[in-house]
Design a protein around this ligand. Structure first.
Ligand SMILES: Nc1ncnc2c1ncn2[C@@H]1O[C@H](COP(=O)(O)OP(=O)(O)OP(=O)(O)O)[C@@H](O)[C@H]1O
Ligand SMILES: [Mg+2]
Length: 315
């Protein structure tokens, strides 16, 4: 891969506030055209990372390259290639949605149509409303609209859908899929793990300023944590077992007890896997999560034979 295929490159990035290390040696690359999610608990360092890459904050150490430029020294031309949706925005103006977008569109050489962007974020009925009179979620839609109006090559989205109603989130996902189709590179943070799973090609999990996992969304976490779970109700007791071969497990179960009640086979969601990773990384965890996973990884044989005394240990 050549350096021109890389939109964002971060090596051993650090950021300190006095003695406090908000970022403690974070390294990752984002390829052009990729949608990359930064996940992690409150205070993990996600916004700090994004704001360093946007040129809003200086780093304390390490290297960063954004569209080939050191973000600490990015000029206006470089900034025009970026779209930015900050975690909290100051948009509360006296101007209308359309006026604000039209003004911003004027800053960019190849801006999108204001009407198209208003439609894409579902604000047609509010286009003539002053921003200060919008609801919180509607204002957030304006933030997203302002982030995409300049047709950015690289779009930073820091918790873009916080405050969105479910329909607005789905509409936002459509917009992101469209931007992906156009080849936009996207760096996204979100606490909605379903959103990260839906939108991102790869994700990194950060906690306490350190990167604890990175990879395609479907391969995060340990192989063990991704093993499917078969769950059913037996004699009024909820049972479950992890199985690499859930079909065979269900067949064995049916042979043993007939049609199982409330039978389900679930693949651990990104949220399940994320929670395990973060619990494992925490200073207070002492590996609790791994231990919990191991304790619940009953052998199929034991569970099916009904010899295990462990009932639904994951509950
Ligand atoms: N200006 C500052 N001075 C001191 N500490 C700061 C400053 N800005 C951020 N921090 C600290 O750095 C850490 C990382 O903050 P950051 O905003 O990057 O977290 P985050 O991962 O975006 O969290 P959230 O999910 O809550 O948005 C936090 O502990 C925060 O208190
Ligand atoms: Mg943040």
């Amino acid at each position: 891969m050549t350096s021109t295929d890389i939109a964002v490159s971060v090596q051993n990035l650090t950021k300190s506030y006095g003695a406090f290390a908000a970022l403690d040696g974070v390294t990752f690359d984002i390829e052009r055209g990729e949608t990359f999610a930064l996940l992690g608990p409150n205070g993990a360092g996600k916004s700090t990372t994004i704001e360093i890459l946007e040129g809003y904050r200086d780093r304390s150490g390490g290297e960063a390259r954004v569209l080939g430029v050191d973000p600490q020294h990015g000029g206006l031309e470089w900034k025009a290639r970026l779209g930015i949706v900050l975690q909290s925005s100051g948009e509360s103006g006296n101007v209308t949605v359309r006026e604000q977008l039209t003004q911003f569109a004027g800053f960019y050489p190849n801006a999108r149509s204001v009407n198209d962007v208003i439609a894409a974020v579902g604000l047609e009925e509010k286009a003539g409303t002053r921003i200060k009179n919008l609801s919180g979620g509607q204002r957030r839609r304006v933030d997203v609209a302002l982030g995409v109006i300049g047709r950015p090559e690289l779009l930073f989205l820091d918790e873009p859908t916080t405050g969105f109603d479910p329909e607005a989130r789905r509409q936002f996902w459509e917009l992101i899929h469209e931007l992906k189709r156009e080849g936009t590179t996207i760096l996204l943070t979100t606490h909605y793990l379903d959103e990260a799973a839906q939108l991102s090609d790869r994700a990194a999990v950060v906690a306490g300023g350190k990167l604890i996992d990175i990879g395609p969304v479907g391969s995060l976490g340990s192989a063990e944590a991704r093993v499917p779970i078969v769950r059913w109700l037996e004699n009024g007791v909820s049972r479950e077992v992890r199985s690499h071969d859930p079909g065979a497990t269900v067949a064995d179960l049916v042979r043993r007890i007939g049609e199982p009640q409330n039978l389900e086979v679930v693949r651990p969601s990104l949220e399940d896997i994320y929670l395990g990773l973060v619990a494992d990384s925490g200073p207070a965890s002492h590996g609790e999560s791994s231990a919990r996973v191991a304790a619940n990884t009953l052998t199929t044989e034991a569970a099916i034979a009904g010899t295990s005394s462990k009932e639904n240990g994951l509950a």
